[in-house]
Write a protein that binds this ligand. Structure first.
Ligand SMILES: Cc1cc2nc3c(=O)[nH]c(=O)nc-3n(C[C@H](O)[C@H](O)[C@H](O)COP(=O)(O)OP(=O)(O)OC[C@H]3O[C@@H](n4cnc5c(N)ncnc54)[C@H](O)[C@@H]3O)c2cc1C
Length: 406
C-alpha cells in the first residue's frame, strides 16, 4: 500500500522503518495482541519490507549470517531451525553456531512477511518530515511524505537503521570528491556491477571488518585482484560483540552506568573496530588473488593513464586500480536524518556522540511517545542494539507502553 492509503488517518502506533527492527517489533506485537493490526502502521520508503536488508546482503555477496540461527524476526527462537527441518535444508545451518545461510534466512522471512501483508499494516511512505504538535489531542505526531501526503499518529517508533550515516574517513573525502565514480562507500557498491570495461582490474578495499572481508571474498571469486587495506591488525571473531551482551548480568551493569559518555565508550570497546569471521578469514588467506595489507594507511590516491587510479600506501604503491571500496562502516548521528531535523531543533534531544540519550523505556526525551529501536537505542540496549537480537531486547522494553496505545 502506498502513502495515499494513509492520508488523513489517525494511527495509534506508527513504526518508521520496515527493516529487521521495524518488522521484528511489529510481528511480536501482532502475535502478542492480534487486534493490534487495526492500530498499527509500518512505513518505509521501499515498496516491500526488508528491502534494505536484502539489498545489503546481496550487494556484498554475503552467503551466511554472522549471528546464530536463534536471532531472526519472529519471537520463536527455533523458527528457522523448524523451517529448515520442514524443507530439508538443515545443511544451510553452518557450524559452529548454526548460522543460517542468507537464502534460508530470507525464505523464512518471506513466510513471516506474508503475515504482515495479510494484516495490511505495511505502507510505502517516505517520511520527509515528522512533526510533534505538543499537547494537540490524542494524535500529536504528524508524518508527511515526500509526496506531500500526511497522517497523524499517537506514538512513533524510529526503526531507521544507520544507513543514512555512511562513514567516509576524513582523508578520503577529497579523493572521493575528485573521483566519485571510482571511490565508493560500501553501501553504494554492488558485487556484479563492477565496471565491465575494466574487466578484472584491481580493486582496493579499505576496512578491517566483515563487510570488507565479504566484499574481498566475493570479488576475488569473480576473478578480480583485490587488495584489502586495514589500519589495524585484522581480527578474527565469530561475533561482532561478546554474546554476554545478550544476558541480564551485563545489561544490568550497563544500565547501572549513569554516565552516558561512559556507556558510549563501553559500546566502542565491545564492538571494536570490526572483525572478520573465521570462515571468511580462511577464504581470504587461501585466495591467490587477494593481498592483505594490515596496519597500512592510504597516503594518496591519484589518477594514472587509462582511467585507472594509483593508491599510495605506507607499504608502497598500488597501480592499475579500477575501484576503491570504502568498507569503513557507519557513524550514527541523529542530526543526519533530514526528516527529524526540524523536530530536534524545536525540541532538542540530548545527544552523546550523535546518539540520543533515551529513557529506559526507549523514549526520546523530551518528545513524549517517540521511541527508538536499533542502532539509535544503543545507549540503553548496549552493544547488541543494532543487531537482529537487539530488536527483541527493544521490544521487551516497549511492549508495556505499546499496549496502552491500543
Ligand atoms: C551486510 C550486513 C550483514 C549483517 N549481518 C548481520 C547478522 O548476521 N546478524 C546480525 O545480528 N546483524 C547483522 N547485521 C546488522 C543489522 O542486523 C542489520 O544492519 C539490520 O538490517 C539492522 O536493521 P534495522 O531495522 O535497524 O535497519 P535497516 O535494515 O537499515 O532498516 C531501516 C529501514 O528504515 C527505513 N527508513 C529510514 N528512514 C526512513 C524515512 N525517512 N522514511 C521511510 N523509511 C525510512 C529504510 O528504508 C530501511 O528500510 C548486518 C548488517 C549488514 C549491513
Amino acid at each position: 500500500m502506498t502513502d495515499n492509503h494513509l492520508a488523513h488517518r489517525n494511527v495509534p502506533i506508527t513504526i518508521i522503518g520496515g527493516g529487521i527492527h521495524g518488522v521484528a517489533i511489529a510481528i511480536r506485537l501482532l502475535r502478542d495482541l492480534p487486534t493490534a493490526a487495526k492500530h498499527l502502521a509500518i512505513v518505509d520508503r521501499h515498496p516491500q519490507p526488508l528491502t534494505q536488508w536484502r539489498c545489503k546482503t546481496e550487494r556484498q555477496g554475503m552467503t551466511f549470517l554472522r549471528s546464530p540461527v536463534v536471532h531472526h524476526i519472529t519471537p520463536d527462537a527455533l523458527g528457522i531451525v523448524e523451517y529448515a527441518e520442514r524443507h530439508n535444508r538443515t545443511s544451510e545451518l553452518a557450524p559452529p553456531y548454526s548460522q543460517p545461510s542468507t537464502q534460508l534466512f530470507w525464505d523464512f522471512c518471506k513466510g513471516t512477511l506474508a503475515e504482515l501483508e495479510a494484516r495490511k499494516v505495511y505502507y510505502q511512505f517516505d517520511v520527509a518530515e515528522l512533526r510533534w504538535d505538543k499537547g494537540a489531542g490524542r494524535f500529536p505526531f504528524r508524518l508527511i511524505s515526500t509526496n506531500n501526503q500526511g497522517f497523524r499518529s499517537r506514538c512513533v517508533i524510529l526503526a531507521i537503521g544507520a544507513d543514512d550515516c555512511a562513514y567516509v574517513p576524513p582523508e578520503f573525502v577529497q579523493w572521493q570528491c575528485r573521483y566519485p565514480d571510482r571511490i565508493l562507500h560500501a553501501s553504494q557498491f554492488e558485487v556484479g556491477c563492477e565496471d565491465e570495461q575494466n574487466g578484472t582490474g584491481k580493486i582496493v578495499i579499505v576496512g578491517g571488518g566483515l563487510t570488507a572481508g565479504t566484499f574481498a571474498k566475493s570479488l576475488s571469486e569473480r576473478g578480480h585482484n583485490v587488495t584489502l587495506i586495514a589500519r589495524k591488525q585484522l581480527k578474527t571473531e565469530q561475533f561482532d560483540f561478546p554474546p554476554v551482551w545478550l544476558g541480564p548480568k551485563a545489561l544490568a551493569e550497563f544500565a547501572s552506568e549513569t554516565d552516558f559518555r561512559r556507556r558510549y565508550e563501553i559500546i566502542q570497546q565491545n564492538r571494536g573496530e570490526g572483525s572478520i569471521t573465521p570462515d571468511i578469514m580462511e577464504a581470504l588467506i587461501d585466495a591467490p588473488n587477494i593481498d592483505l595489507y594490515p596496519e597500512v594507511c592510504v597516503r594518496n590516491i591519484r589518477k594514472e593513464q587509462a582511467q585507472h587510479l594509483q593508491v599510495e600506501t605506507t607499504r608502497g604503491l598500488i597501480t592499475g586500480v579500477s575501484r576503491v571500496i570504502l568498507a569503513t562502516g557507519y557513524q550514527f548521528d541523529l542530526r543526519r536524518y533530514g526528516f527529524l531535523r526540524e523536530l530536534i531543533t524545536q525540541y532538542p534531544v540530548p545527544l552523546v556522540c550523535g546518539f540520543p540519550r533515551l529513557d529506559t523505556d526507549l523514549q526520546l526525551h523530551p518528545i513524549e511517545n517517540l521511541f527508538g529501536s536499533g542502532t539509535i537505542a544503543q545507549l540503553q540496549i548496549g552493544p547488541a542494539s543494532g543487531n537482529i537480537a537487539g530488536a527483541n531486547l527493544a521490544y521487551e522494553r516497549l511492549r508495556e507502553k505499546l499496549v496502552t496505545y491500543l
